[in-house]
Design a protein around this ligand. Structure first.
Ligand code: NAP
Length: 240
């Protein structure tokens, strides 16, 4: 990985342009560029996924394209550390919705490492577990920019930088200033994903009101939500 110079709000010296993109169009990494390695490149899409939605899927697809990833492993969190006092849908439901949502994409897989590890979920443990599963790969941890804005408070933050490159995907109109976060140089990139106008919070709110969520989440996830009564009153959660 050779992230480097600034390109808009992103930092990647290993990007080379083949054609002229529009101002909002991301520039693709070319793995045949000098200095870019040949090891497998694996994305780790971390999130609570309560529920997974089409914005997450578009973000993973876009990051996979920009960084020329061979695989994106979706990793639903077990017990999210900053949500210990909030109701979160039980892990098996979130895992199964993630499997349903990703099933048709040959590059997407789902891992249980976070939901099977006892205790609170910390990303440093996620990265170590995936490193054990994909020992010779370069890892790219992908998650929401709002979560990344807190990253210096994460457990063993100093260690994480050696384990993966970080990609913070942002909603349109939301872009935290990375320099203000005092992050280590060239370890975190930001990428705006217009489809992230969709949010899990909004889907839960719509479901609770009986509003449709078709086309905000994959069809199978709509059916899973309805079949199991998630997000309506009485839906199961880990803190109920
Ligand atoms: P969150 O607080 O639920 O999410 C913060 C924001 O980021 C929300 O707007 C959320 O939108 C968005 N987001 C979350 N995951 C995303 C993804 N994969 N792609 C696009 N947007 C995403 O964050 P979280 O889900 O609890 O945590 C996100 C990841 O960071 C997880 O892997 C978690 O384990 C890790 N994390 C680690 C630590 C630590 O190690 N101490 C602390 C916090 C988080 P949606 O609600 O629409 O997804």
């Amino acid at each position: 990985m050779n992230p480097g110079e600034s390109d808009g709000n992103r930092k990647m010296s290993d990007l080379s342009r083949k054609d002229q993109p529009s101002p909002t169009e991301p520039t693709r990494l070319h793995t045949d560029a000098p200095g870019v390695g040949t090891r497998p490149r694996v994305g780790i899409m971390g999130g609570t996924f309560d529920p997974i939605h089409n914005g997450h899927l578009v973000a993973a697809s876009e990051v996979a394209w920009v960084y020329d990833l061979d695989e994106v492993i979706f990793v639903p969190t077990g017990r999210p550390v900053f949500k210990l006092d909030k109701a979160v849908t039980n892990a098996e439901d979130r895992y199964l919705m993630t499997v349903i949502a990703t099933a048709s994409n040959p590059k997407f897989t789902v891992s249980r490492v976070d939901i099977d590890r006892p205790g609170i979920t910390y990303t440093v443990d996620t990265l170590r577990d995936i490193q054990r599963l994909r020992p010779d790969s370069d890892l790219f941890f992908i998650t929401g920019a709002d979560a990344v804005a807190e990253i210096m408070r994460w457990k063993d933050a100093d260690t994480m930088w050696d384990l993966a490159h970080f990609v913070a995907v942002t909603r349109p109109g939301y872009s935290p200033s990375l320099p203000a976060l005092n992050l280590p140089d060239q370890k975190v990139d930001m990428l705006e994903i217009p489809a992230l106008a969709i949010s899990s919070t909004d889907i839960r709110r719509r479901s609770a009101k009986g509003m449709p969520v078709w086309y905000l989440v994959p069809d199978g996830v709509v059916q899973y939500i309805n079949k199991h009564g998630l997000y309506s009153r009485g839906g199961e959660s880990d803190t109920d």
